[in-house]
Design a protein around this ligand. Structure first.
Ligand SMILES: Cc1ncc(COP(=O)(O)O)c(C=O)c1O
Length: 364
């Protein structure tokens, strides 16, 4: 008989399942299920990573100073306000651990990133969902859902899995009308892909007050998901809290060195951004030609609605794509069973997705 019990709420967590990465019997798959950067890491990052192979017997710098300095220079920030994490996931979880507990509420949009609910429940807090409007976070609905118990409001901007975003003016209004007992966490994992002039990653809002944090990741445009590296830009008091509760060596020495090189390789980021814009627009136009509804996306993925007719639905499309070696993301876990999310990949991968979906429709 096992008498040990985990803390309240933990067994209510639905474990996060990452994008599928293999298909039985198929050697080379096209993986478009996790919004990883289409081009992978920059060649300079690969060289930097390899240069660390004879140094991994040493502990890393627990302050990740050279990386934080590179981030500070690149983005014009105070280095003391930057905290790095093993992926932005770690930072999102630490923020909940630091600021929410039993009976508290953690608020986010209906189709917000699944980790917010996991982090809330892991700390005994209750996830609260605010409705969206046209698959876009609604400042009005979010504000109306704030209660005395709300401790954190997470907003991914742009959001995953919808790909939609809120312009700076709406984010400013959210910040201005949010009571000061609520920590606003702006999850800007896809910020580098956004081209809209009315968008801001959240830096200005962090600077404007003491209850706003912005998180970023190296997993998307930098193509470094496997290294697990993210960072948060926070008011000093919040950076202090994160530094107290994070593990002392949360970033590996390879991630520190590779991350610094990635930040400094601006040409690569621009190339990845141009690639994404071109192929996202291309993919969307072809999907529309196939009579599929696409939610307008500013990120490196698109959410696509399939008909509910049996045989033409998202499940059938997913099965057909997989039988052709293509993995996209099914959306049941977000309550969107009629949708598939497709990450922008390499040119031949995008062409193969479209030719396969055309064949899927012809087959039926
Ligand atoms: C909105 C959002 N935030 C955060 C993350 C986590 O990224 P990572 O932990 O790899 O930095 C993801 C990853 O898919 C995401 O979509």
């Amino acid at each position: 008989m096992i008498s040990l019990k985990p803390r309240q709420g933990i067994l209510n967590i639905t474990p996060y399942i990452g994008g599928k990465h293999n298909i039985a019997g198929i050697d080379r798959v096209i993986k478009l299920s996790s919004n990883e950067g289409a081009l992978g890491p920059s060649p300079k990052v690969i060289t930097a990573y390899q240069s660390m192979s004879d140094k991994i017997h040493r502990y890393p710098d627990g302050q990740a100073l050279i990386l934080r300095q590179a981030l500070a220079v690149r983005h014009g920030l105070n280095v003391e306000q930057i905290v790095c994490g093993a992926g932005s996931d770690e930072l999102l979880q630490l923020l909940v651990r630091g600021y929410a507990g039993y009976g508290d509420e953690v608020l986010y949009s209906r189709y917000g990133f699944l980790i917010y609910a996991i982090a809330a429940k892991a700390n005994g807090a209750n996830p609260i969902l605010a409705d969206e409007v046209n698959f876009t976070s609604s400042v009005d609905h979010l504000l109306a859902s704030v209660t005395k118990r709300t401790r954190i409001l997470f907003i991914a901007n742009p959001n995953n899995p919808t790909g939609t975003y809120l312009p700076m003016l709406e984010m400013k209004r959210l910040r201005a009308e949010l009571p000061s007992h609520v920590l606003l966490v702006i999850d800007s994992a896809y910020a580098e892909f956004v081209e809209q002039k009315d968008y801001n990653s959240g830096v200005d809002l962090v600077d404007a007050g003491d209850n706003v944090v912005m998180t970023r990741t190296f997993s998307k445009i930098y193509g470094m998901s496997g290294l697990r590296l993210g960072w948060a830009y926070c008011p000093l008091v919040i950076a202090d809290v994160l530094n107290r509760i994070r593990s002392p060596f949360n970033i590996s020495s390879t991630a520190i060195v590779a991350g610094k090189v990635a930040i400094e390789d601006i040409n690569f980021v621009n190339l990845a951004k141009r690639h994404n814009s071109y192929w996202r627009d291309w993919l969307v136009s072809k999907l529309i030609c196939l009579d599929l509804e696409v939610i307008p996306s500013v990120a490196n993925f698109v959410l696509v609605r399939f008909p509910t007719t049996f045989g033409y639905d998202a499940t059938a499309a997913d099965i057909f794509l997989q039988s052709n070696g293509i993995i996209v993301r099914t959306m049941e876990s977000y309550g969107l069973p009629n949708y598939l999310r497709i990450t922008i990949g390499r040119d031949y991968e995008m062409q193969k997705v479209i030719s396969t979906l055309s064949e899927f429709q012809r087959h039926k």
